[in-house]
Design a protein around this ligand. Structure first.
Ligand code: IVH
Length: 672
């Protein structure tokens, strides 16, 4: 064999191997060689192709990113139209779809459906001729789309050539190109850092990325594709059913939905929909419903189409997550630490399954950035249990002369000056506990379950006692008598009695809870616990200096400042003294028994979706002596990452911190 022959053979070997590893890595999520090894193979192939340019073929893994940018997109005529789907918005609508299907098929038995989530990306048709990807096109108007082959080739999970050999000579595969949520977050973070434009949502990001003339740009965007259907097929067959045909696509190296199932009755369909809806936020990509397709291809053919949708498929949609409404007014709320938060009062609108009439605007920078004004028509978004958000203003609907929103000079609650330090986004009321709004929030926090845990001292009651001028500070709640509580509206003798008992009981607490309950800025439960176990005594915390504090995991310079500032304020010291005087106390904190705890001194961060509630895992880790903190830093020892881990994972990897999944954690614990 001559040199040329062996180069050709080696090139083929390398391409096969690289394709196989691409498939393992991008399609099956099951990488089997380290990245360095993969890079070595790719470099060897690049080297050989550089020596033998005549051997380069378009399906070579080195050829994903093409040469020069396009001037414009070419139009592609779809040989079979790319259809859309009918929608069902309720279980009843789905049931009547299933009934119609049965009637048309004249069938008595249950219909088998192939089901999977409806992806919120954009539909793309891939055309393979003799196993080679020759064209990719967007849906466009269904009969004509844009040629995006150059961009689609850069998506690593899309094979440039199909695996195996039993594919039809012409195979058009349809599916959804999307940007996974984590990639979207990463992309926007970077855009923010560089001062570039962010995308509104992952779907726009996917569409914007595919509509680039320069494939070099698309290649940097984290796109993926799930295939869910077919266009033209010639010179070969798929299977008898939709689900089995999708199974073939998988064998040929195309990525399909891991959630795909076949179901045989309405109850199963309803419960699949519910399950997917419940898991929606935890999925790695955006979805907006579930697609149900009659599984038998013969039945599909018999059912045919109406207008632009097949009679054999339907999308059951989740309630819309974005709606238009108007801003009726913008008010300013005062938080526990005096932070002034602008809040939009909205014309009530049903979005994401609930009626929304308020949305926080966070701070004045945000209001200015989004340019939100009273009377504006705005997009409101509510996804899952995320708080409603004003996404953007429809400026073209604004009446001419509305002035931008101004930060008030005085607190709407107590009229003290509002101060916005230079360079900070948050403005604050300077009234402290003189401000009734801050006092209310401070007492609510103090009484809350994870702080002093005063059962019966609910938000409404706190509002009443503050509004009536009955308490001036945190200690005040302990000084009110049974009669004073019992005399309040909707408070009987019995509830006052219970409350007095709860107040008494709360006096026996822990130093950690007490520190947390004080409501020191930025000091959450974890930091409070860290302070308690580091200093053991309240007196020591009060006198802590910034160099002491900075040795504690999770306490950075800003938090240290807040802690020191809190204990410098004489009125805070007075309130603490009053609380001790009314009998608040705790057991001595013992210095942690370092030797007996296997994780002592180790710091953990937990991120992503795990098999159990995070708080449960956190409690266990803490019980073994670990510190569990909220953000990754150089001081972090381990990141416990579940699925959908985003920026924390990236940061931990960047810092070379050990990343564990739940199995890894078990293994770590077993190894002690
Ligand atoms: S099946 C005959 N399956 O929804 C039409 N479509 O509203 C076959 N879509 O344009 C479509 N996820 O872009 C199907 N799992 C899925 C889908 C899906 C998203 C999109 C697709 C289509 C649109 C119709």
């Amino acid at each position: 064999m001559n040199r040329f022959g062996s180069a050709q053979e080696r090139i083929q070997q390398l391409r096969d191997e690289i394709d196989r590893h691409n498939q393992l890595y991008y399609v099956l999520d099951d990488p089997q060689i380290p990245d360095s090894e993969y890079d070595r193979l790719l470099r060897e192939l690049q080297g050989l192709e550089a020596e033998h340019p005549e051997l380069i073929t378009p399906d070579s893994p080195t050829q994903r990113v093409g040469g020069t940018p396009l001037k414009a997109f070419n139009q592609v005529q779809h040989r079979l139209p790319m259809l859309s789907l009918d929608n069902a918005f309720s279980e009843e609508e789905f049931a009547s779809f299933a009934r119609r299907v049965k009637e048309r098929l004249g069938s008595d038995s249950e219909i088998r459906f192939c089901v999977e989530p409806k992806l919120d990306g954009l539909a793309v048709s891939l055309r393979y001729e003799v196993g080679i990807l020759v064209q990719a096109a967007t849906r466009g108007d269904g009969s004509q789309g844009e040629d995006v082959t150059h961009n689609v080739r850069t998506i690593p999970s899309i094979p440039l050539r199909l695996l195996g050999e039993d594919w039809p000579q012409i195979l058009e595969v349809r599916g959804e190109v999307f940007m996974p949520k984590a990639g979207f977050e990463r992309f926007n973070q970077q855009a923010r850092r560089l001062g570039e434009k962010e995308f509104v949502n992952p779907r726009n990001a996917a569409a914007g990325s595919l509509r680039q003339l320069d494939p070099q740009i698309t290649a940097t965007r984290p796109l993926d594709m799930f295939c869910y259907g077919f266009g033209e097929i010639e010179g070969g067959n798929l299977a008898q059913s939709h689900s089995a045909s999708i199974g073939r696509l998988k064998q040929w190296g195309l990525r399909t939905s891991p959630e795909l199932k076949t179901l045989t009755n309405l109850e199963q369909c309803a419960s699949y929909f519910e399950q997917i809806a419940a898991r929606r936020d935890g999925l790695k990509y955006d979805i907006d419903g579930v697609v149900f397709k009659v599984d038998s291809l013969a039945d599909q053919e018999q059912l045919g189409f109406v207008a632009r949708s097949p009679r054999w498929a339907i999308a059951r949609k989740f309630p819309a997550q974005e709606e238009l409404t108007t801003v009726e007014s913008i008010e300013f709320q005062v938080g526990r630490t005096g932070a002034i938060t602008p809040v939009a009062r909205l014309k009530p609108v049903f979005v994401g399954g609930v009626t929304v009439s308020n949305a926080t605007l966070h701070n004045m920078d945000e209001v200015a950035k989004k340019d939100i004004r009273v009377g504006d028509t705005v997009f409101v978004r509510r996804a899952g249990d995320v708080i409603p958000e004003v996404v953007r203003v429809l400026v073209e609907r604004r009446a001419g002369d509305v002035a931008p929103v101004q930060l008030p000079a005085h607190c709407p609650e107590c009229n003290s000056d509002i101060i916005k330090p230079e360079g900070e986004a948050v403005a604050r009321c300077s009234g402290g506990l003189y401000c009734s709004a801050q006092r209310k929030q401070a007492i609510k926090h103090f009484a809350s379950r994870r702080a002093m845990d005063i059962e019966g001292l609910g938000d409404k009651l706190v509002d009443v006692i503050v509004d009536n001028g009955m308490v001036q500070d945190l200690a005040g709640i302990y000084s009110l008598s049974h009669a004073q509580y019992a005399g309040l509206e909707r408070m009987g003798d019995k509830s006052a009695e219970n409350l007095i008992q709860a107040l008494e009981k709360s006096k026996h607490t822990t130093l950690a809870r007490f520190l947390y309950a004080l409501g020191i800025r930025e000091v959450g439960e974890v930091t409070a616990a860290a302070l308690a176990s580091h200093f053991c005594k309240l007196e020591a915390v009060k006198q802590a200096e910034s160099n002491d504090l900075s040795t504690i995991e999770g306490i950075g310079p800003i938090m240290a400042e807040h802690i020191i500032a809190f204990f410098r304020q004489s009125h805070n010291l007075e309130v603490i003294q009053k609380l001790l005087d009314v009998g608040v106390h705790w057991d001595e904190v013992e210095a942690p028994a370092v030797e007996t705890q296997i994780l002592s001194g180790k710091s953990f961060v937990i991120t992503g979706t795990l098999s159990r509630p995070r708080s449960e895992i956190k409690d266990e880790l803490q019980a073994m002596g670990a510190k569990v903190v909220g953000s990754v830093s150089k001081k972090t020892d381990y990141l416990l990452a579940g699925s959908d881990a985003g920026s924390k994972l990236a940061k931990a990897q960047g810092l070379g911190i050990t990343v564990l999944d739940e199995d890894g954690l078990r293994w770590l614990l077993d190894s002690f």
